[in-house]
Design a protein around this ligand. Sequence first.
Ligand code: DGY
Length: 388
Amino acid sequence: MQRLSTVHPRLFSLAAAFLTSDLPSPRSFLVSSASQERTRLTFSLSVPAAKSLWVCKKIWKSAVRGELDMGGEGKPTVVIMFPGLQYLIDHDAIESRFTILKLWEADDRMAFFKENADKIKGLVGNASIGASAEVIDALPNLEIVSMHSVGIDKVDLVKCGERGIVVTNTPDVLTDETADFALALVLATMRRVCAADRYVREGLWPLKGDYPLSHKVSGKRFGIVGLGRIGSAIAKRAEGFGCSISYYARSKKSEYAYHFYDSVLELAKNSDILVLSCALTKETTHIVNRDVLNALGPDGTLVNIARGPVVDEPELVKALVEGRLGAAGLDVFEHEPQVPKELLSMDNVVLQPHAASATWETRRVMADLVIRNLEAHFSGKPLLTPVT
Ligand code: DGY
């Protein structure tokens, strides 16, 4: 009972008030006679009993529907789509509030969905796997998609809208981490930090002498594609390096004094460093194409912490192989976790496994937010970070 009152305080206090409330006085209906006394007694006893039964039935039905924590079968079933974040899986709240299914433990995913179709009410996705149309179609009782990512490109939002499925993500909590990482990639790529590290480890320094010169970052022309939360945090950091900042976005942002270009091509022509931090949408798919890469040029550096398909990857590989692009720092790829093999041997390329937000600190707060959104949804409270 104590758990119920914590979990569902509103419903609990309503139920408690209802059960203990003064009943409408039966006196007005009854006249005093021996048989009527009996009637009154029966009435006075049966009405609270009926009320109790009614409340119990309500609570039971809610529990069966998975709306309350009854510590067992009544818990809403949530499928986690991706392995890897033990903190999320081991989270006390996850264990006690939800029945968790782990998709990656299934041999046959569609068979898994078929088997659990009616049970699953919540889904937790991330940047690599979310709620596709196929998955949504397989889950007739899905109510919420709680993404462990700020990006929602792995969710079929149209389908969710049609089905009335709510979608949440994890904005803000990863902004600093991702912006820090963008700058780390700019520095690592232009200063050849990873290649020089390999040079030292491989014992080449005493044999071949000093490592070749790299390129200065401070004071360069810094272009940003997408000036949202993360893009503007990147801009702030780049300002600290004395860089001049320009950006491309769907529209000019009057709150920033940075130079606005209404085309990515124009931005690339006027940048030494081009950092991609936009959402992946139909409009931004392959927004960095051959022309943009040529405009950035042999002295230019491309950094992508957005999504792989924002760049036409085969064109990127060609531009690097042919020396039409100076360097690239890539955290994301078109077909993750596959990385074009041509890039593996290039010292002017830094490769990362989609790790911009991947720190203990940030992934924990992301996981907390995922769980809080699920809890809010299943207890009828406002979502913390709704997308839809
Ligand atoms: C996101 O949150 O979208 C990042 O790509 C990391 O998961």
